[in-house]
Write a protein that binds this ligand. Structure first.
Ligand code: SF4
Length: 629
């Protein structure tokens, strides 16, 4: 018997109200592990080709991994997926908190929701039992009051809730599924998918143990983490400002996205710094299930003015939100940025795409492509009041907010060809807040990510620019030679070898589903997975799971009409700045095309078309999944 699973996937049809439990063969779990690979498999198996993303037939899938529920530090996460309303490609986003743990302990390994309820509803799952409950009284509520209402009516203060806010209810194409109020499965518009099903929330509670075949290897890994996290994750623990501290660092090297990635330096970055935010708003640190690192920030600001009050229930902004809603919109008012982030959490919006959409509209306005006749008011860089107002109007899809809610690619089509140069998307998804002109391989990663531009299923060149844990990890999987430090602008063979291994690793972690901030090596998670399942996984097996996830995602996207032509990076972030620390640094078309080709080849996909070879499918044992490939 395979450990780490209950062997049950719960299927819920909201149109008929019927539910059934599937008991898939163990091979499915063994090969896919969970998360993204399981999502892609279920979509390939159960979703008809070219189904519109907002059709009732689309699937909304919640998928923790085999490690979830075992109390391994870092494994308290889960994946959410479907076909993306934003991009039309695979949607796959992960969230932390406690929801995944509680769901796994409710007795299921995954949840698949199809159909559309006749009226708003929510799903309550407790220890193997699932019921649908009315949610008309919750519709339109922000996430915090909605959670309070559900916990009160279920008479369970510890029930964990995944939900949409008004953004998802109103079909904002980059709306999020929120967990524990402030943990977003933010990207790809999964909130709009959930809203299209008239599903407000999934409330979960469970007490069922997840079987672990051999506890000692899991304990070994947990013990190693306990002894090393303070030094190997010092960025989070000392001085304890989490991801926010990276803002000042990126600003210093000219890589803090500013004015829609159009300006080489943000002179006022100190006003948005983690240090300043910490002094002004820090209340406490927060964490996810079984995590001693506690990287999450909780902000508080008392005020009678609702636009200046920060509610700690909504947590606090990460680096991504500070940059997307701050510097990328030219905004220096850190309170306004923190408030805009809070409104994203309250309304269930992806903070990255929200900020990027506002920044795109600001740049179009500044260049006369749109005017006050379109926006209803001046729409200028740096307007902090406008930022907060814009987030509210996006969630409500009111006034110009209804246009912003379409996302950058659709707005650009509406505004006309002059706006194309400012439209920074890949496959229709807005760029995260990492600068490809500093991190060249990350730029290639943006282009090839199956979900559109993404910084998580990616590598960060700066982690491999000097000797350290990143290179040690990659070299542990390479025989016969050692790869040394590589320039961040390098796109040669060694960099692509690192890229190949790290993308396999990141995708594996999104199957496991493990936190990317953990300093685990490949061997650590191979050891933990072997102990939990009772089935041997070596380093190569772990990396093969990541390759399998990428290949299944590729097969899904190819089926839905995507080609290698969609694996492109916007020109703006390939061209050199004329000044600043990154002056003169460009990604040439030639080196980008070579790197993309090499990435395909290393996965045994066709170098030109990116179509997986039959040998790739065979080596990854995909025929054993029983799919029509
Ligand atoms: S490091 Fe941060 S994001 Fe990762 S599990 Fe811990 S608290 Fe959550």
């Amino acid at each position: 018997m395979l450990g780490g699973i209950h062997g049950k996937i719960l299927h819920v049809d909201l149109t008929s109200g019927k539910m059934h439990v599937e008991e898939p063969p163990e091979t499915i779990y063994q090969l896919l592990v969970g998360g993204r690979a399981l999502v892609a498999y279920l979509l390939l198996r159960d979703l008809a080709p070219n189904t519109p993303a907002l059709s009732p037939d689309n699937l909304l899938i919640f998928a923790p991994g085999i490690l979830q529920g075992t109390n391994l530090p870092g494994a308290g996460r889960h994946g959410v997926g479907g076909k993306s309303p934003l991009t039309g490609a695979l949607a796959s986003s992960e969230a932390g908190g406690w929801w995944g743990h509680e769901f796994k302990r409710s007795g299921f390994d995954a949840l698949v929701i199809r159909g559309r309820a006749a009226a708003p509803c929510y799903l309550h799952i407790q220890d193997g039992n699932a019921t649908l409950r009315p949610a008309a009284h919750l519709w339109c509520l922000p996430t915090w009051p909605a959670q309070q209402r559900m916990q009160a009516e279920l008479q369970d203060a510890r029930v964990r809730i995944a939900q949409i806010g008004p953004g998802g209810e109103n079909g904002v194409l980059y709306s999020a599924v929120m967990h524990d109020i402030n943990r977003a499965a933010g990207r790809n518009g999964l909130g709009a998918l959930m809203g299209s099903k008239n599903l407000k929330a999934v409330a979960v509670r469970g007490t069922q143990k997840v079987p672990v075949i051999e506890r000692a290897p899991v304990n070994n890994v947990a013990k190693w983490l306990g002894a090393n996290y303070k030094t190997l994750a010092a960025w989070a623990t000392n001085p304890g400002r989490g991801t926010q501290d990276s803002l000042a660092w990126w600003a210093n090297v000219g890589a803090l996205p500013t004015n829609n990635f159009g300006t080489p330096l943000f002179a006022d970055a100190a006003l948005l710094s983690g240090e300043r935010n910490y002094e002004m708003f820090h209340k406490e640190r927060d964490t996810c299930q079984s995590c001693p690192i506690t990287c999450k920030q909780v902000f508080e600001n008392a005020s009678d003015n609702p636009y200046q009050k920060l509610n700690p229930e909504y947590g606090g902004p990460e680096y991504e939100a500070m940059a997307a809603l701050g510097s990328n919109c030219g905004i220096t008012d850190n309170l306004a940025v923190a408030k805009a982030n809070e409104l994203c959490n309250a309304n269930g919006l992806d903070a990255i795409s929200t900020g990027a959409s506002i920044a795109f509209a600001m740049e179009c306005f500044e260049n006369g492509i749109i005017t006050e006749r379109d926006t209803g008011q001046p729409f200028r860089w740096g307007d902090a009041g406008l930022l907060v107002q814009a987030v509210e109007s996006i969630a409500a899809r009111s006034g110009f907010g209804a246009v912003l809610a379409m996302g950058v690619q659709r707005m650009s089509k509406r505004f006309g060809p002059e706006s194309t140069v400012f439209a920074l998307t890949v496959k229709g998804q807005e760029l995260p807040m990492h600068e490809p002109r500093l991190k060249h391989a990350l730029g290639v990663g943006y282009a090839v990510a199956p979900v559109g531009a993404d910084h998580m299923m990616n590598m960060h060149d700066t982690d491999f620019a000097s000797a350290g844990e990143g290179l040690k990890r990659v070299n542990s999987a390479i025989t016969g030679r050692t790869i040394g430090p590589l320039r961040t602008s390098d796109l040669g063979e060694d960099k692509l070898q690192v890229f190949h291994h790290e993308l396999n690793w990141m995708h594996f972690q999104d199957c496991a589903v493990n936190c990317h901030f953990y300093p685990y090596t490949y061997a650590h998670l191979a050891e933990a997975l072997s102990g939990v399942t009772g089935s041997h996984y070596g380093i190569a097996d772990v990396l093969a799971v990541g390759a399998r996830a990428q290949t299944l995602a590729r097969l899904f996207n190819l089926r839905e009409g995507f080609t290698a032509d969609d694996d492109r990076l916007p020109r703006r972030v390939m061209r050199a700045f004329q000044s600043g620390p990154l002056q003169g640094v460009e990604i040439s078309e030639e080196s980008f095309n070579w790197a993309r080709r090499r990435y395909y080849e290393l996965l045994d996909w066709d170098g030109e078309s990116g179509v997986p070879a039959s040998s790739c499918l065979a080596n990854l044992q995909l025929p054993e999944l029983g799919l029509q490939l």
